[in-house]
Design a protein around this ligand. Structure first.
Ligand code: AMP
Length: 426
C-alpha cells in the first residue's frame, strides 16, 4: 500500500473539490431531486440507476479523445482483479450501455428515463465547479422524432425555471455526423490559416478537437471566432428539417430560446440538437450554465453496439442550481412530519413508548425530536424549521395517557389520547 504524505490536518478535510452535505444544504439537495423527479414523472419518465463506475472504454469511446473530460478529468483505476474502471463523469454513456445490455430495444420505443446522483471530474475546483458534483438527468432512447428533443428541453426548462432565475435556452444544431465531419474540415482550414492569432491553448486543439475552439473563452480566440464558418450554414436537408421542427415546436409551447451558432458542448457524441440553460441577469449578462444536453443518435454504435439507438437527453447541474436558488424554491409542500417533544429528560422512555404505539410505516410520521432540554427552546427551533404541528408529552399528560397537540400556526392546542393521535393527525 502506498504511504500518504498528507498531514493529519489534510486528511481531516474532505478531498479537494468534494463536499459534505448536512443541515440546509442536505435538505435543499433532497428537495431539488424530489421536485425534479415529480416534474419528470408527470411527463412519463421513469427512474433508472446505474453503477457509479463503468469500464473506462465506455467513456473513452463515447465522450471521445480530445475532450477535456477524457484528456484530463477522469478518475480511472485498475481494480485488484485487473479491470480498468472509471468513476462516471456523466450519465448518458452508462445509461445507453444499460439499454443495450438489457435489450431494451425490444421494449416499446422510446424508453424515457430520469436519473440522479454524484458524478466525478478531476477539474480545477472553483465556485460552481466541483470534482464530485450532482446531476439530475433525462434520457429518451429509441426515437428520432424531434418532438422528444422538445419534450426533454421543456421538462428541464420547467425544473430550472423553478429556481426563480431568468433562464435562457441556448439552441444549436450540430447536424448529422456526416455533416459535422465535412464542417470540421472547413473549420480546421480556417483555424490553420489563423493559427498565430489564436490563444496558445486553442492552437493545440486545431488537430485534437477544433469544435471546442468555438466556445473558447480566451479573448483572442473569441475575436477570431467572429469570422469562423458556422455549422448551421452547412446543414444538409434532413438536419435542417429536424432543426426547424424543434424550433417550431418550442415556439408552440412558448419556450423562449436563442440560437447560438457556436454552442458545441463537451462530448463528441452529440448530433443535431444541442442546448443549454443559461442564467441571465437583468442587464442581459450571462453567467454559467445550469445544465444542457442534446441528441446522440450515434452513441450506441460508438460504444460497440451493432444498431443505432437514436436518443436525446440532458444533465442538470444540481450544485449550481441549489447555489443560485433561495428560499426553499423546490419545496413542494409544508412539512407534514410531526415532532414529539418532552418537557423533561426523565420522560425519554415514555416518549419512545408513544412513538412505538402510534406509528407504523404506513401512518403519518411522528418522530422524537432530538433536541432535549428546555421546552421554549425546542418550540422556537421547531417553528423555525417549518413544522406546522408539534406533540408535547409532559408528566401530567403521560399519567392520563394523553399528549398535547399544538398547532404552531394558530398557537392553539388540545389534549388528545395517545390511541387517537393518528386519527387526529390525519
Ligand atoms: P455536462 O454533463 O458537461 O453536459 O454538464 C451539465 C451540467 O452539469 C452543466 O451545465 C453544469 O451545470 C453541471 N456541471 C458539469 N460539470 C460540473 C462540475 N465539475 N461541477 C459542478 N457542476 C458541473
Amino acid at each position: 500500500m502506498s504511504s500518504s504524505k498528507k498531514s493529519n490536518k489534510d486528511i481531516l478535510q474532505a478531498p479537494r473539490g468534494m463536499r459534505d452535505f448536512f443541515g440546509d444544504a442536505f435538505i435543499h439537495k433532497q428537495e431539488f431531486f424530489q421536485y425534479a423527479e415529480t416534474i419528470a414523472e408527470q411527463r412519463g419518465f421513469t427512474g433508472i440507476e446505474t453503477p457509479i463506475m463503468e469500464h473506462t472504454e465506455i467513456f473513452l469511446k463515447g465522450i471521445g479523445d480530445g475532450t477535456d473530460i477524457v484528456d484530463k478529468e477522469m478518475y480511472s483505476l485498475e481494480t485488484i482483479g485487473g479491470d480498468q474502471l472509471t468513476l462516471r463523469p456523466e450519465g448518458t454513456a452508462p445509461i445507453i450501455r444499460s439499454y443495450i445490455e438489457h435489450g431494451m430495444g425490444s421494449l416499446p420505443q422510446p424508453q424515457l428515463f430520469h436519473y440522479s446522483g454524484p458524478f466525478f471530474r478531476h477539474d480545477k475546483p472553483q465556485k460552481g465547479r466541483y470534482r464530485q458534483f450532482y446531476q439530475f438527468g433525462l434520457e429518451v432512447m429509441g426515437s428520432r422524432d424531434p418532438l422528444y428533443d422538445v419534450h426533454v428541453i421543456e421538462t428541464g426548462y420547467t425544473i430550472v425555471k423553478q429556481s426563480g432565475q431568468n433562464i435562457v435556452v441556448k439552441l444549436n444544431s450540430l447536424g448529422s455526423y456526416k455533416v459535422r465531419q465535412q464542417y470540421v474540415k472547413k473549420l480546421v482550414e480556417f483555424y490553420t490559416e489563423h493559427k498565430q492569432e489564436l490563444a496558445e491553448r486553442d492552437q493545440s486543439r486545431i488537430q485534437t478537437n477544433p469544435l471546442r475552439i468555438l466556445d473558447s473563452k480566451e479573448e483572442t480566440t473569441v475575436a477570431i471566432n467572429q469570422q469562423a464558418p458556422r455549422l448551421i450554414d452547412y446543414l444538409d436537408e434532413d438536419s435542417q428539417k429536424h432543426f426547424n421542427q424543434v424550433q417550431m415546436l418550442l415556439e408552440k409551447i412558448d419556450i423562449p430560446y436563442v440560437i447560438e451558432p457556436f454552442l458545441v458542448r463537451g462530448m463528441d457524441y452529440y448530433e443535431h440538437t444541442v442546448f443549454e440553460y443559461v442564467i441571465q441577469d437583468n442587464d442581459g449578462n450571462e453567467s454559467f450554465a445550469l445544465g444542457g444536453g442534446g441528441r446522440y443518435d450515434g452513441l450506441a454504435e460508438m460504444i460497440g453496439h451493432t444498431k443505432s439507438v437514436p436518443s436525446v437527453g440532458l444533465g442538470l447541474g444540481v450544485d449550481r442550481i441549489i447555489e443560485t436558488t433561495h428560499n426553499n424554491a423546490f419545496r413542494m409542500e409544508e412539512k407534514k412530519d410531526v415532532p414529539l417533544i418532552i418537557t423533561d429528560d426523565s420522560l425519554y422512555a415514555e416518549a419512545l413508548g408513544v412513538i412505538k404505539k402510534t406509528t407504523t410505516v404506513n401512518t403519518q410520521r411522528i418522530f422524537l425530536y432530538p433536541l432535549f432540554g428546555k421546552l421554549s427552546k425546542q418550540l422556537s427551533r421547531i417553528e423555525k424549521e417549518g413544522y406546522q404541528t408539534v406533540i408535547i408529552l409532559g408528566e401530567d399528560e403521560f399519567k392520563k395517557n394523553m399528549v398535547t397537540l399544538r398547532d404552531l400556526k394558530t398557537q392553539t392546542q388540545e389534549d388528545v389520547r395517545v390511541e387517537d393521535l393518528q386519527t387526529y393527525l390525519s
